[in-house]
Write a protein that binds this ligand. Structure first.
Ligand SMILES: [Zn+2]
Ligand SMILES: [Zn+2]
Length: 717
């Protein structure tokens, strides 16, 4: 009788292929369970993979290869395995992407796993005694460490150079230790009636799943509600996962969370080193990390004893991954909470229509915070009609800025366009500088002086003369943040003008530092792009000005009005806190546009409600499901051919496939871009159909001549 063959297993391998691969366990070993991290031969290479399940029963074992090594048995628990399996079916990405979602970078390489080294620092005996009288930087580090072991990151966040820490470590003035998990708790402000009601709703649910949408106007104290809920759950030995948008704001928030919860807040985001991310992942998995603050990818964080998931600024676009596995982190967070049977709290001053629709459908519970903390009033609004005006800043806006600065207030100017000018144009023949690879104008930057394409990154010198007619008379059309900064600095000599956009905020802590300076400083002007519309605490701002909303009013993207409303309410919300009456100005060439009147007349929830009704009339998300099948190719015909064949394969009773149609930006970085809109009567019907068909599309001959992907619940067209 033949010996029983060892059971083969299927393994997810990080390769862009629409299948898993089957392997036998290493000779003489039992088959590892699902979720195990394994090293397998793949072609000539050895790759890290995750055991996903049993292999196909019909396989001939004699033809299968054996794994090299089982590295970690059952590293990923059944819950996370199930979450990612759901996501894979719903979003339709290749099975190997699971490895990227579930394992931090350090565990994706074919190297043995080493326990992460401690991330805290403490003074050594030598460090305590050393004479630093002529080394002020070292002396500063010593005073920061005087109170005891401190996370290395906290020192860096306070401006200590990493190189200095390395030197002091080498000289044995400091040593690596585990930072303390517990620290003194600071009392927070008393909650108002609405906050207490919201907190009670979370606490009522603490033993089971509930999704709560906390819609709180700017300054209404949403964070206080999160923190107090988190405190109660921490006292029951539960872990708290807080997801935040992908912006450089972690340092400020982390300091606040640690002070109020009396716990170390572990962080997980792309600004950290691989070792730091691994340390956080590891501590969360073991249950040592009690509070974890992270960006989108932290939604797949392993948790040993979960108690609460918070999604701050839940409307933010950064929760949707735009490449590889195109998942919506917010939706995964809610799914996880449901499977773990814990409450999930979604917070925003301007909730997404998706979440508001979930409230209407009875899936989420709405909690409103309508009062600003400290009794501050809502800002006064005014629309400035720009028709027939060519100046970037209206004379009335200039007067208002002057008035607020002289009264000691701070001013925020929002313009969602970086660079000096969005268009460089010839006054003689009308030529405009366009990108050769995209369907877009080049943006003119002055420092350094270049033309830049914001879509593909192409860049070329600014021409001295018009390339068409040779005229030297080239001029800027419109104004970007770079030009506004210059204009404002000239006009308001004596008041500091700060700019916040991606051109100047390049370092990891630049934006945090700028906000700290503004918060601790006197009258000033802060000019910037949508970075400024993200819920920052800026108590000194009394005037907010929004420039040029007109493009968004006529966009081909059905989500443009929602995004415009969110940005406008977020910026307006900055104006006036505490006892300062705020003022808000909006410049437009379309003062009678119904959308603007709606924005001005209603509060955000009423405005959003009207947009939601429109989506229901048009069956657009979230009223109906939508997926985009996108394709791009160097030759325009190739992408279209693939999409035509794909649409034919997808169409079925109750399933619509519209297209191929050109993308809104039909050419980008030299590629011609097309898409098909996929819709259906019901979400499950669409998901099931796509799960059947999408994995087979890679077999179409035309698939080889185009780059393509599916985007379920897309947020960009
Ligand atoms: Zn010309
Ligand atoms: Zn371009």
């Amino acid at each position: 009788m033949a010996a029983r063959e060892p059971a083969a297993v299927s393994v997810a391998i990080p390769a862009p292929l629409w299948r898993r691969f089957d392997y036998l366990p290493p000779p003489g070993e039992p088959a590892p369970p699902a979720g195990s991290r394994v090293l397998v031969p793949f072609g000539r290479r050895k790759l890290i993979g995750l055991v996903w399940g049993k292999a196909d029963a019909d396989l001939e074992h004699s033809r299968l290869k054996s794994m090299e090594q089982v590295l970690d048995v059952g590293l990923i628990d059944d819950h996370l395995h199930a979450v990612v399996e759901w996501a894979r079916t719903y979003y339709q990405f290749p099975p190997g992407e699971a490895v990227n979602l579930l394992l931090p970078g350090a565990l994706r390489r074919a190297q043995p796993f080493r326990a992460p080294s401690p991330t805290g620092l403490a003074l050594t005996e030598t460090g305590h005694k050393a004479d630093f009288s002529r080394a002020p930087a070292r002396d500063q580090v010593r005073s920061l460490l005087q109170s005891g072991p401190t996370p290395r990151q906290a020192l860096v966040d306070q401006g200590v150079r990493p190189g200095l820490l390395a030197t002091m470590m080498k000289l044995q003035f400091i040593e690596a230790v585990d930072p303390p998990e517990h620290r003194p708790v600071q009392q927070g402000p008393a909650l108002n009636e609405e906050q207490r009601t919201a907190l009670a709703a979370v606490l009522r649910a603490r033993h089971g799943f509930v999704a709560l949408l906390l819609a709180g106007v700017t300054g209404s104290g949403k964070t206080e509600v999160y923190l107090q809920a988190a405190r109660r759950l921490l006292s029951r030995q539960r872990q708290i996962l807080i997801l935040i948008p992908e912006i450089g704001l972690t340092a400020q928030l982390v300091r606040r969370i640690e002070a109020r919860l009396g716990r170390r807040a572990w962080t997980y985001h792309s600004g950290l080193s691989e070792g730091e991310r691994l340390a956080c992942w590891h501590a969360a998995r073991e249950g040592r990390a009690e509070v974890i603050v992270g960006t989108r990818s932290a939604v797949f964080m392993p948790l040993r004893r979960p108690g609460l998931i918070v999604i701050d600024e839940e409307h933010d676009a950064s929760f949707k991954q735009q490449e590889g596995a195109r998942y919506q982190g917010r939706d995964i967070a809610v799914l996880r909470a449901r499977m773990l049977d814990v409450p999930v709290l979604l917070g925003s001053a301007t909730p997404s229509l998706e979440s508001l629709n979930n409230v209407d459908q009875g899936r989420y519970q709405l909690l409103k915070l309508t009062q600003r903390a400290g009794g501050a009033r809502q800002p006064r609004w005014q629309v400035l009609d720009q028709r027939g005006q060519s100046e970037a800043l209206d004379a009335r806006a200039i007067t208002a800025i002057e008035r607020h600065l002289k009264a000691g207030g701070q001013v925020l100017v929002y313009r969602n366009r970086r660079g000096y000018a969005p268009v460089l144009m010839c006054d003689s023949c009308g030529w405009q500088a366009d990108c050769h690879r995209c369907d877009a104008h080049m943006t003119w930057h002055q420092h350094p002086s270049r033309l830049q394409c914001h879509h593909c990154g192409a860049s070329r010198p600014q021409p001295r003369r018009c390339p068409e007619c040779g005229s030297p008379r080239l001029s800027a059309l419109g104004a970007g943040t770079e030009q506004l900064e210059e204009t404002l600095a000239r006009r308001f000599d004596g008041f500091p003008v700060f700019r916040a956009d991606r051109d100047v905020m390049t370092g990891r802590h630049d934006f945090d530092e700028l906000l700290d300076r503004v918060r601790s400083g006197g009258p000033c002007i802060l000019v910037g792009t949508q970075m400024l519309a993200k819920g920052h605490h800026l108590p000194g701002v009394t005037l907010a000005v929004v420039l040029d909303v007109d493009q968004a009013l006529f966009s081909g993207d059905f989500r443009a009005p929602e995004r415009l409303g969110q940005a406008v309410y977020q910026v307006a919300g900055r104006a006036g806190r505490g006892d300062l009456q705020g003022e808000f100005l909006l410049q437009t060439r379309n003062p009678e546009h119904p959308l603007l009147s709606e924005l001005l007349r209603a509060d955000y929830l009423q405005f959003a409600d009207r947009l939601l009704k429109e989506r229901h009339q048009t069956r657009l998300p979230p009223a109906g499901p939508l997926a985009l099948l996108r394709a791009e190719s160097h030759r325009p015909g190739d992408a279209e051919t693939f999409l035509r064949e794909a649409a034919l394969a997808i169409r079925a009773p109750g399933i619509e496939a519209i297209g191929p149609i050109p993308a809104i930006m039909s050419r980008r970085a030299g590629y011609w871009r097309f898409q098909c809109w996929l819709q259906a009567d019901g979400r499950a019907r669409l998901v099931n159909r796509l799960a059947d068909v999408v994995p087979t599309l890679a077999n179409l001959p035309s698939a080889r001549r185009a780059r393509w992907h599916l985007d379920m619940d897309p947020i960009e067209l």
